[in-house]
Design a binder for this molecule. Structure first.
Ligand code: 4PW
Length: 374
């Protein structure tokens, strides 16, 4: 593969994750674009990146930039990803792909028409044991599915003194917790189970009515005693889905559950066996069997499905986690740019699917009614 040049647009926590993954995948990080030239300069120094672009236009005009990583607040995803594709650049755009279904449709259509590689980091697909679960379900080991259930819980917004751009619908979009993390769970569970959600009944609650005024910085905690602002985006959500096969799926999401840091959990129950996955204990897949039997599949390069083994970069017992998922996702994106077709690479089509589900979840929560998902 010839060396790819990339630009990271966005200087927050996730921009740093993209930069590290890009380097490990063999790309050259040519420069960075920040919310201000000062911020970009500070981060470029910290990341040891040679160039600070004045703005995205300047980065897109650089012929040595082949891939644009969009790591900004959500409301900027549409204009930035569109500009990059129109400039002939491949794109990795953070999720949610866009803050409205219309924008996600436009981006997915544009990406398809250009033939450029355009991906969305639904990175939990890259846990090796998640691939193992998918392979076992695809081989029929679980039998017909009977029930899907799970949750995605965090606590970083439990304190009313905590705020973030995600809380503001103008920057993050109408839905917060569902679009931010419920979207991961839905992508993962549809992909692993091979089933598609066709109907939803959802409910949202804003349990912290006021938060300290945001500073605009990702994961910032404003000083106690400062100004407060009203919150309209949801802190918690519950959704009941029905799949095209008639399987029920239930999901609980929260960013205010004390002690839960990034606890994405699902269980898929079939007629012959069940599987369960916990992102915070991600080296193991629980396999439930009838008659008081159970098994644990442990991640490692020596056993299991081909994809599980491909993604197991360390021997068993040498823990892999979130960072490795991100690295594998970015490496697969670059392989796709090089003409390969990596299994399970989440593209703008998957970003659009997610935007469709989020849109219908919002509609259902507002109408307090079952809503069809297209
Ligand atoms: O995409 C998600 C983020 O928006 C992540 O996977 C975890 O939750 C980390 O930050 C948020």
């Amino acid at each position: 593969m010839s060396k790819l040049g990339v630009v990271i647009v966005g200087t927050g926590m996730i921009g740093a994750v993209h930069r590290r993954a890009a380097l490990l995948a063999g790309a050259t990080v040519r420069g960075v674009v920040g919310s201000s030239p000062e911020r970009a300069k500070e981060v470029a120094q910290a990341w040891n990146v040679p160039r600070v672009y004045r703005d995205v236009e300047e980065a897109l005009a650089d012929p040595d930039v082949h891939v644009v990583h969009v790591c900004t607040p959500n409301h900027l995803h549409r204009p930035l990803a569109q500009a990059a594709l129109e400039a002939g650049k491949h794109v990795v755009c953070e999720k949610p792909l866009a803050t409205t279904l219309d924008d996600a449709q436009a981006l997915a259509a544009l990406a398809a028409s250009t033939g450029l590689i355009a991906t969305v980091p639904f990175v939990y697909r890259y846990h090796p044991v998640v691939r193992e679960a998918r392979a076992r379900i695809a081989q029929g080991e679980l039998g017909p599915l009977r029930l899907i259930h799970g949750s995605y819980l965090q606590d970083w917004l439990l304190d009313p003194a905590s705020n973030n751009w995600r809380v503001d619908p103008a920057l993050g979009g109408t839905s917060r917790v569902f679009a931010d993390i419920g979207s991961h769970w839905c992508d993962l569970v549809e992909w692993v189970s091979g089933e598609r959600f066709v109907d939803v009944s959802a409910a949202f609650e804003t349990v912290i009515a006021e938060r300290a005024a945001a500073t605009g910085q990702s994961f910032a905690t404003p000083a106690a005693g400062g100004a407060m602002q009203a919150v309209s985006s949801e802190d918690v959500a519950a959704a009941l889905f029905k799949t095209g096969n008639g399987t029920l799926a239930s999901l609980t999401v929260s960013q205010v559950s004390a002690g839960r840091k990034n606890r994405l959990w699902f269980e898929i129950d079939g007629a012959h066996a069940s599987v369960a996955f916990d992102q915070e204990d991600c080296e193991r897949l629980w396999i439930g069997l009838p008659d008081q039997r159970e098994e644990t599949f442990v991640r490692g390069p020596a056993a299991g499905s081909a994809e599980q083994r491909r993604l197991s970069v360390f021997p068993a017992g040498h823990a892999q986690g979130y960072g490795n998922c991100f690295e594998a996702f970015v490496a697969d994106t670059y392989r796709a740019i090089d003409g390969e077709q990596p299994e399970g690479l989440p593209t703008f089509a998957d970003g659009l699917r997610s935007a469709m589900i989020v849109d219908r979840v919002i509609t259902s929560a507002r109408a307090r009614a079952w809503t069809a998902i297209g």
